[in-house]
Ligand binder design. Sequence first.
Ligand SMILES: [Zn+2]
Length: 84
Amino acid sequence: MTETEFCSCDVTDFLAEGFTEIGVDAASVQARLSGRCIQCGTEGTTEWMTLGRIVERDERAFLPVDNDAVQALSQRSSNDEPDD
Ligand SMILES: [Zn+2]
């Protein structure tokens, strides 16, 4: 088990429906997503995940990486599972 367990599926198939909270921590932008697991239907809110980084404070440039973050959530439980 990990601390970011969203539901009981081995691999959460997360469908994001919206942002619940957004925060800026130093140079990174973080958010919690509301949504549900397509596999089992569990609805809820994710833990904080990094959406992007502010690379130039003066210009407030933003690097969106939310796709990676959602993929990381879906794949995060594979570490402890032996591959078939
Ligand atoms: Zn599930």
